[in-house]
Design a protein around this ligand. Structure first.
Ligand code: S2G
Ligand code: ZN
Length: 463
């Protein structure tokens, strides 16, 4: 823990009442959505300006005190967990949208802007912020950038990285850098912006972000298609992609649908129950486009890839169909899921799925396995639910045993052990299944440049 004299000094760097040390605050702000590591920060500090962030970083360097960034605390890899007496720097009071430019289609955000706040702001301007995922109602833009958040529209719009026009950061050395100055074209050496995107707060703090917006999509329409097995899902993707640009292509298993329907507040997509479901979305800009979708659906039925399906006819039905996929994460959370977030190139998905499913069914015969994810991006979320009769530690230990085989398979397919949730601490020990020792050495060398005293989120991504 930190001496009181140092905390007294920290208090002078921010406004009164913006350093908390009470147990409830330490517990709340010291964690993210993971349950693997008990939060144990020394204090929580809430800066309101870039200058205050800079002063905090300089204070931390002077006393070699570790700092952990905290945004919406929705992370899934413990990257925002302060488990070793660190000081948490929370951006809840840096939550303003500072500027908008209709010509450039850009919005300048402080890091604490909630993702949904930016989405609504864009809508109000007749534009669209196209990165979306289940936790958008509480995640913050700073955290989305720090983890290069993905979600359900990546197949059409890409990851958060694609939408960052410029960043203002405070490096681990305490320098303020303005990166890329919102330019579309800027060929002046290394694009340091991209080092901070996905760095999980290990190089410095994001203190301002210029986000790019897109035109609004027209008449978004979703289909949920029941498929007989894993192998039918990707041919459905290719059949539709040959005809139209999709804005989403997700999948989920019938076990997942079971959990959702048990809630009683979401209707089943159609009568028939099938082992898997694909959820796809497109812009039904013309009647022809909608007819093309229906014709493709018929083709998939003829091919035996689809058994039954439904297409949204209204905004409400569109939202209800999306809830079947988007509400999965929160619905299974009470079952203490052991989460995997895997990706391979799309062409490898069928073989990869078959191999992973064989490992999981062989090694977890008595565990309930829920599959879902952004299969159109090659990204699969494999969630193993904790049996009632097993303690969390025993359950996680059993799951960690199987990790070896799962990650060896990921490595064999040149895949990623973390497609979008980041490395943090939960995947740190498996990093070499996706990154070479040489790459890790370069990453550590880059960290040493930006954070020579190792105060920025130490122990995240790598030891
Ligand atoms: C999703 C959200 C977190 C989870 O639903 O796509 O990325 O539950 C996830 O894995
Ligand atoms: Zn996801």
């Amino acid at each position: 823990m930190i001496q009181q004299t140092l905390l007294d000094e920290l208090m002078t760097l921010v406004e009164p009442g913006k350093v908390l040390t009470d147990p409830a605050s330490l517990e709340t702000y010291g964690r993210d959505w993971t349950k693997h590591y008990p939060p144990a920060p020394s204090a929580i500090v809430f800066p309101k300006t870039v200058e205050q962030v800079q002063a905090i970083v300089r204070w931390a360097n002077a006393h070699t005190i570790a700092l952990v960034p905290s945004g919406g605390r929705t992370g899934l890899s413990a990257a925002a967990v302060a488990a070793n007496g660190e000081v948490v720097v929370a951006f809840d009071y840096m939550n303003q949208i500072l500027d908008f430019n209709g010509t450039d289609r850009t919005v300048v955000c402080q890091p604490g802007v909630i993702t949904e706040q930016l989405q609504n702001f864009a809508e109000g301007k007749g534009l669209y912020y196209p990165v979306d995922f289940a936790s958008a109602g509480s995640s913050q833009i700073g955290g989305n950038i720090g983890t290069n958040a993905g979600g359900i529209k990546v197949i059409r719009y890409g990851m958060t990285r694609n939408w960052v026009a410029g960043l203002k950061v405070v490096t681990g050395k305490g320098d303020v850098l303005e990166l890329n100055k919102d330019l579309l074209k800027n060929a002046t050496g290394y694009d340091l912006r991209h080092l901070f995107i996905g760095a999980e707060g290990t190089l410095g703090f994001i203190v301002e972000a210029t986000m790019r917006l897109e035109r609004q999509p027209n008449n978004l329409t979703a289909m949920v298609l029941g498929t007989p097995d894993f192998n039918s899902i990707m041919p459905v993707l290719h059949a539709f992609q040959n005809k139209m640009d999709l804005t989403a292509f997700e999948f989920f298993s019938d076990q997942g649908l079971d959990k959702l329907l048990a809630r009683g507040d979401i209707p089943a997509p159609f009568e028939t129950r099938t082992p898997f479901y694909a959820l796809l979305e497109f812009e039904a800009t013309t009647e022809t486009r909608a007819e093309q979708a229906l014709a493709t659906f018929e083709h998939c039925v003829e091919q035996g890839w689809v058994i039954d399906g439904v297409m949204s006819q209204s905004e409400t039905q569109l939202r209800n169909l999306w809830r079947l996929r988007e509400d999965l994460s929160e619905t299974i959370a009470p079952f203490t899921p052991y989460k995997n977030d895997l990706s391979v190139t799309v062409s490898k998905v069928p073989a990869f799925l078959a191999d992973i499913d064989a490992i999981v069914t062989t090694n977890y015969p008595d565990f309930e396995v829920i599959w879902y994810g952004h299969i159109g991006d090659g990204n699969l979320h494999l969630n193993i639910l904790k049996p009632e009769n097993l303690s969390k530690d025993t359950f996680f230990a059993k799951c960690a045993n199987v990790n070896k085989w799962v990650f060896e398979t990921v490595e064999r397919y040149n895949g990623s052990i973390s497609a979008e949730h980041g490395v943090g601490m939960t995947k740190r020990d498996y990093l070499t299944y996706s990154r070479s020792e040489a790459e890790i050495a370069y990453m550590k060398a880059i960290k040493a440049v930006f954070d020579p005293n190792g105060i920025m989120n130490p122990g995240k991504i790598f030891h």
